[in-house]
Design a protein around this ligand. Structure first.
Ligand SMILES: Cc1cc2nc3c(=O)[nH]c(=O)nc-3n(C[C@H](O)[C@H](O)[C@H](O)COP(=O)(O)OP(=O)(O)OC[C@H]3O[C@@H](n4cnc5c(N)ncnc54)[C@H](O)[C@@H]3O)c2cc1C
Length: 640
């Protein structure tokens, strides 16, 4: 029944395991963390005839880390999967609703967030006891060293739940295509004796740089205390050469005021860089990755344990529902991947926020807190208004204060006016209807005119080629669109692909309010963009000039460098686009945020399928100044 597995490779077609007909199926789990133990529990709970063994290299009481956070939503899944462990876990929970943010000498408290936390050791003890009760064989102090090891011989399914540094994943790299993105910030997982009564973020400016602390209670007398900082700050503070004791001493000194006499506690507290693990495939033959071995999500969204345990639920279901192992493993991956990737997208946005926190220090503490709360791009403005109406209101009120008028009631963030170049834009919407550059003058008139009538602050042409602008007829046609849009109180932007001098002259002559250079994804045009922008700037004087920047997450530094060149060449608006991978709600927002707050330039962000409330959050959080929509959202027109 078993598939013979050699080190580094798996037999192409493992033999079938038919759960209906085979009385006893052997499942071997490498790793006794939450994923492995929970899988054993779930299988034995409903199918006790199967044989599950969990190999764990450590002793039962050895564990790293302190508390782990769960979001409320997770509990429903766990309650249904195994009510017994659910009750025990929730009984041990520390719960809190508030988030406290210590920034620049101020403390802001935000309400309505709803978290719970449990000591990692307590969680593992609950799972170990339950596994034992159900007849899962857990072999502690047993390290599995190879897929060809004797103990795996005879296993129908080998579950690699060996954590973030999974050697199983690495030994099957050809089949699984792992990608480990090691992030630049340093972090260390500590505990402390402060019983924080809110999830607490400390942002502490020191002569070495900015430290961030993520602290939350996990039992009566103790809290997790994760310290994170950039590499340079870590070096400058003398932490690069520090052992655990020295780390504790240095950090106790830095956080003396915040700890107020309390101590930091170490437990295998080694400085690390967070690795985001992604895999092209989660299974090969009869070997399957589960939990951190397959994927990680940055600790700032506190979801790794949840993901690991939910993987186990799905794997158990699919193993019991499918007639053969490969089908079960494929079904498991198909079921879990969308949720995992969506959470990883949120975690990516969140970790980038913490990597670049320095750039938000210029914000007011209120907007800083709003930006922090919405950093994963999963919390919309409507959700913030529900969780913490005071914070949502205070953030928008501060934006209103920054603009010239003082409305009697607070508008939605996207309805706020914006000042760009010498222009005052009545709302934050740039409507760029889906029209081809080859559309007739009448078609463009209708598309842009309708968006202007629907309340867009700016209407934008499709990317135009110079020849569309150079004739007198074109100037007359565009004048008609511009006059109509101006009559509706909207401005008009021309998107042009590397314009000729004559085209630029005609644009100015026709009366466009904003010119945006748009290379339209063409690599050559992207390269030429800074030079084209500099000559456009010379031609249009102090007119409002923008440029399109396409995000590429894997080459982010190069993209930021390119954008900086554009700003130096005279761009005063960056129009940020991202192809995304369908997982993030506003995929261009992290780059728009970074460019706006690092280069101090106005940005607009392409909305894709984001909701109006996500767009409101992007404006309120200071990620972008304007949002680009293909069509004016109906609700926005109604809100006017
Ligand atoms: C700083 C920090 C804070 C975090 N905070 C949270 C949080 O608040 N909430 C949350 O949900 N998650 C959090 N996480 C993530 C969470 O710890 C992991 O996602 C979770 O532990 C994954 O479970 P797992 O079972 O996949 O892996 P692990 O918990 O890593 O377990 C893997 C196990 O495999 C064992 N093992 C490895 N190799 C072998 C081998 N060859 N043979 C036998 N055994 C082996 C290891 O000893 C280990 O016990 C945090 C992580 C970090 C780093």
């Amino acid at each position: 029944m078993n598939a013979a597995v050699r080190e580094g490779s798996v037999r192409e077609t493992p033999s079938l395991v038919e759960f209906g007909r085979v009385p006893r199926v052997k499942i071997a789990c490498i790793g006794g963390g939450p994923a492995g133990l929970y899988l054993g529990i779930l299988v034995k709970r409903v199918a006790p005839e199967h044989d599950v063994v969990v190999y764990e290299r450590n002793r039962p009481t050895d564990t790293f880390g302190f508390g782990v956070v769960f979001s409320d939503a997770t509990l429903g899944h766990l309650a249904a999967a195994d009510p017994e462990t659910h009750v025990q876990i929730t009984d041990r929970f520390a719960r809190w609703d508030d988030i406290e943010v210590h920034i620049g000498g101020e403390v802001l408290r935000s309400t309505g967030h709803g978290f719970c936390g449990i000591e990692r050791k307590a969680l593992l003890q609950i799972l170990q006891a339950r596994a034992n009760e159900l007849g899962v064989r857990v072999e502690f102090e047993h390290e599995v060293k190879s897929l060809a090891a004797d103990e795996l011989r005879g296993a129908d399914v080998i579950v690699a739940c060996d954590g973030v540094a999974s050697w199983v994943r690495d030994s099957l790299r050809d089949a699984l295509q792992p990608n480990v993105d090691v992030r630049p910030n340093k972090f260390v997982w500590l505990g402390c004796t402060v019983p924080y009564n809110a999830f607490t973020f400390l942002f502490k400016q020191t002569p070495y740089g900015l430290f961030r602390v993520h602290a939350y209670r996990y039992h009566e007398q103790g809290s997790t205390f994760i310290v994170e900082c950039p590499h340079e700050t870590w070096r400058a503070a003398g932490l690069a050469d520090a052992d655990e004791d020295r780390t504790v001493a240095i950090l106790e000194d830095i956080f003396a005021a915040e700890l107020a006499g309390h101590r930091l506690i170490k437990n295998r507290s080694i400085w690390r860089n967070f690795p985001t693990v992604r895999c092209g495939k989660w299974h090969a033959g009869n070997v399957v990755l589960v939990g951190d071995a397959a994927h990680t999500a940055h600790f700032s969204i506190g979801s790794g344990t949840k993901l690991a345990m939910e993987d186990s639920i799905a794997l158990r279901d699919e193993l019991l529902a499918n007639a053969d192992v490969p089908a079960a493993l494929a079904a498991y991956e198909k079921r879990r991947r969308p949720e995992v990737e969506s959470l990883q997208a949120a975690a990516q946005a969140s970790l980038e926020w913490f990597e670049g926190t320095e750039r938000y220090l210029r914000m007011s503490p209120v907007q800083f807190t709003y930006s922090l709360m919405t950093r994963s791009l999963r919390v919309s403005h409507a959700s913030m208004e529900k969780r913490d109406p005071d914070l949502a209101r205070a953030t928008v009120a501060a934006l209103v204060d920054a603009t010239a008028d003082k409305p009697t009631s607070l508008p939605a963030p996207t309805q706020l006016p914006f000042v760009g170049g010498q222009h005052r834009v009545r709302s934050r919407f740039i409507a760029a209807p889906l029209a081809a550059w080859t559309s007739s003058a009448d078609d463009l008139f209708v598309a842009l005119g309708a968006a202007a009538a629907d309340g867009a602050g700016i209407v934008a042409t499709p990317p135009l080629r110079s020849e569309m602008l150079e004739s007198d007829d074109a100037a007359v046609a565009w004048r008609r669109v511009i006059d109509y849009a101006h009559g509706k109180n909207a401005l008009v932007a021309a998107r042009v692909i590397l314009p000729t001098e004559r085209a630029l002259e005609r644009l100015v002559f026709a009366g466009f309010d904003l010119v945006v250079l748009d290379p339209d994804g063409d690599e050559k045009a992207i390269e030429l963009l800074p030079a084209a922008l500099a000559s456009a700037r010379a031609k249009i004087g102090d007119g409002w000039l923008g440029a399109v920047v396409d995000d590429r997450r894997t080459a982010r530094s190069a993209v930021v460098g390119h954008a900086a060149q554009l700003v130096r060449a005279g761009a005063n608006l960056l129009w940020v686009t991202s192809l995304g991978d369908g997982n993030a709600r506003l995929p261009a927002a992290p780059l728009a945020d970074r460019l706006r707050n690092e280069l101090h330039v106005a940005t607009c962000v392409e909305a894709d399928d984001a909701s109006l409330s996500d767009l409101d959050a992007a404006i309120a959080a200071g990620r972008a100044d304007l949002v680009v929509v293909k069509r004016m959202p109906m609700q926005a027109a109604h809100r006017r």
